[in-house]
Design a protein around this ligand. Structure first.
Ligand code: NAD
Length: 298
């Protein structure tokens, strides 16, 4: 129901928190996430202009009088672009970004611009039907009082705002995103190497297995560059994946020895570590699966 009401608002528009602001420029506005923010801002009454890769000759005109500049370009270009191109913005212009990593882009924005600076990471892709219940991570930069209206606007779109510092965000992303995307990638790679017959796998998949396969398969519907960049974004990520490989190897040795008791001991150890989360996750995923059951697979 909540989702429906937000979808409705997407047709009729949203309340505008700051009606008197100047225009907003999205650098990379023709991209997937840039276009989504452009749409949401337009639906809320703001004047939005895009500055994509072939538009730099108009940069001066676009930035002149801008209330806010949102950076949404490929991760690998972000910091250099901020430092090179965004050091001459109007003094009171808000500079913000949507990059999936936060520490370095935030540093670059604070260095390039002396006015209000805000780091954002929408924890969702451009395919979401609405912002309802989605999470947007906020890393404060400078002069929060000048950009608070934009956070209020995002909240009106239905998103939940999670405030943290860039270091904590980036560390969490190593496990929440980089590690998970990489293991999904390897899972897909393994299906490919086994030349798995997906139609046949689906025949034997009740909703929970179908859902797991869908979570892996959806990765491969998206741009490889984004995942390469997320996985390579932080130097610590590769170490984390080496550790993962070691744990895999160690667990595999247990199996090779046929050491059932040791496998059970380790399983119990992890269960204990999950604690109350384990039964809570069982209940939560059970409820999710109930709604999946109501959906018709293709
Ligand atoms: P995208 O490739 O769809 O869009 C990037 C846009 O930047 C393109 O339109 C491209 O033409 C433009 N661009 C490239 N070089 C440029 C330049 N020099 N000047 C101006 N524009 C330039 O990528 P995306 O998926 O929209 O990702 C953009 C940002 O959003 C990234 O920082 C990414 O980390 C972040 N993000 C993406 C997702 C997602 O699921 N797609 C989720 C969260 C955050």
């Amino acid at each position: 129901l909540m989702r429906e009401s937000y979808l409705n608002e997407k047709e009729v528009g949203f309340k505008q928190v700051k009606p008197d602001s100047g225009h907003i420029v999205i650098v990379g506005g023709a991209g997937k996430l840039g276009a989504l923010f452009s749409q949401m801002l337009s639906l809320s009454g703001y004047q939005v202009k895009s500055l994509d890769k072939d538009d730099w000759q108009q940069a001066k005109a676009l930035f002149s009088g801008a209330a806010m500049v949102i950076v949404s370009v490929p991760i690998s270009l972000t910091c250099a672009l901020i430092r090179r191109e965004l050091s001459q913005l109007p003094a009171d212009c808000i500079l913000t970004d949507l990059t999936s990593v936060k520490a370095e882009p935030l540093r670059a924005m604070l260095d390039a611009h002396s006015g209000p600076v805000l780091g954002l990471h929408p924890m969702f892709g451009p395919d979401v039907g609405s912002f309802a219940k989605q999470v947007v991570v906020v890393c404060h930069g400078r002069q929060q009082d000048k950009y608070q209206w934009f956070l209020d606007q995002i909240a009106i779109w239905g998103a939940r705002i999670e405030i943290t510092d860039a270091k904590n965000h980036d560390e969490a992303m190593q496990l929440v995103q980089a590690m998970r995307h990489f293991s999904s990638f390897v899972y897909g790679l393994n299906l490919f190497k086994n030349n798995a017959d997906i139609a046949n796998l689906l025949r034997f998949s009740s909703p929970i297995y179908r859902l797991e396969l869908a979570m892996v398969g959806r990765l491969f519907a998206q741009a490889p560059e984004l995942y390469a960049d997320i996985i390579l974004a932080q130097p610590g990520n590769v170490q984390l994946m080496s550790d993962y490989l070691q744990h895999y190897q160690h667990a595999l040795e247990t199996l090779k020895r046929g050491d059932r008791d040791e496998f059970i001991r380790q399983f119990s150890q992890v269960s204990t570590w999950f604690g109350d989360y384990a039964p809570a996750f069982a209940r939560e995923s059970g409820m999710m699966l109930e709604s999946v059951n109501d959906m018709k697979p293709r």
